[in-house]
Design a protein around this ligand. Structure first.
Ligand code: FES
Length: 146
């Protein structure tokens, strides 16, 4: 679990280390702090690492009920714990559930020397300025470091 709280959006923050992400698996990190923090899911399967805004396209809730629980038993799909929607790991498209055909919002990342970084500040700024629902719950606090 990692937190990128307090980062400057003028920089490309390190979200986590590649080693922080189970393979296969997914974690979430917070970019920024306070009510404007952005909750980001980082999923990994082998060499493929991909990031999404942690907000279900159905009702905007974070996907996980319990911190760090994002994947189905087969570790092939991200699952929304609210109503069970399932999203492909490779592109975030919902393949089953009430928002079938919708997709999670992708966030561009790079993996450099074992560090996962935001690829573009613009992505985050766009999301922070956007009108997407933002949810903060107790599980977010459990994921924060320090
Ligand atoms: S809020 Fe995710 S499936 Fe309904």
């Amino acid at each position: 679990m990692s937190t990128a709280g307090g980062v400057s959006l003028d920089e490309r923050p390190i979200l986590c280390s590649l080693e922080d992400i189970p393979d296969p698996g997914a974690i979430s990190v917070l970019v920024g702090q306070g009510p404007r923090a952005l909750d980001v899911i980082i999923a990994r399967r082998g060499a493929n690492v991909i990031a999404f805004h942690n907000a279900c396209p159905h009702q905007g809730t974070p996907l996980e009920t319990f911190p760090g629980r994002f994947l189905d038993k087969e570790a092939s799909h991200l699952v929304c714990s609210t109503h069970g929607a399932r999203f492909r790991l490779d592109d975030g498209v919902c393949v089953w559930g009430p928002c079938e055909g919708d997709r999670l919002t992708s966030i561009s990342i790079d993996v450099e020397n074992g560090a996962v970084r935001l690829a573009a500040q613009a992505d985050v700024q766009r999301m922070l300025d956007g009108s997407q629902p933002r949810h903060h719950n107790a599980s977010n606090k459990l994921r924060e470091k320090g």
